[in-house]
Design a protein around this ligand. Structure first.
Ligand code: CA
Length: 224
């Protein structure tokens, strides 16, 4: 069965682009142009994932996400246009699964959609490689090689950021901003200490693997 994606975007050209990218990647698409229409669609249709623009004519996309989260865990990928929107999204507390910044490549968006579907178990195609990590954002749980990790809040936030963007190198400052509610002054050592703890916990499960890569002078990334 093809995954069914609801596109919530008021700009027709962008919606067309997303529509085309997702359809050519094996998805069925539905489209609405207002936040107010989302609840009706969810009530009437089976939806596997929502691509949700933040700047909508009626209700702010973030508010739409809150309303959806009140009764549904359907994965949500935000489309953001401005840095102040990104700041609100990456607080990681509003229940979104990922975000894509405009302008984005259709290919990138399709890849993100597939990744989220896979991670949330909504992708029926079984030919994809199994990921080392499984992230359950709503339950604040991360499994490593099938074993649940006991993580502190900031360890969870840090690792979730890395898992969400495999291969992407984050500076310590970026990690601090993404994972901490109140970024501290002593950021480098704080991030390093938490990464060290996470590595130790991963090592107890798989001593032969070290999936977090240190980029000297820059920061950290998760092995792709
Ligand atoms: Ca818009």
């Amino acid at each position: 069965m093809k995954p069914r994606i609801l596109i919530v975007e008021d700009e027709p050209a962008i919606a067309d682009t997303i529509d085309y990218a997702l359809q050519t990647n094996g998805c069925t698409t539905l489209r609405v142009t207002t936040g107010g229409a989302v609840a009706d669609e969810l009530a009437q249709q089976h939806i596997d994932l929502i691509v949700l623009d933040i700047g909508l004519p009626d209700i702010d996309g973030i508010e739409v996400c809150r309303q959806v989260r009140a009764h549904s865990s359907v994965p949500i990928i935000f489309l953001t246009a401005r840095s102040d929107e990104i700041d609100r999204v990456v607080g990681l507390e509003i229940g979104a699964d990922d975000y894509v910044v405009k302008p984005f490549s259709p290919r990138e968006l399709a890849a993100r959609v597939k990744a989220v579907l896979r991670r949330t178990g909504r992708d029926s195609s079984a030919d994809e490689p199994v990921s080392l990590f499984s992230l359950d954002q709503p339950r604040q749980r991360i499994e490593f090689c099938g074993t649940p990790l006991a993580l502190s809040r900031y360890e969870f936030n840090l690792l979730a950021v890395l898992i969400d963007h495999p291969g992407r190198v984050f500076s310590r400052e970026q990690l601090m901003n993404l994972a901490w509610e109140e970024p501290q002054a002593s950021m480098d050592r704080t991030v390093d200490a938490h990464i060290k703890n996470i590595r130790a916990k991963l090592k107890t499960i798989r001593p032969d693997l070290d999936p977090i890569i240190t980029h000297r002078g820059i920061g950290y990334a998760l092995q792709e």
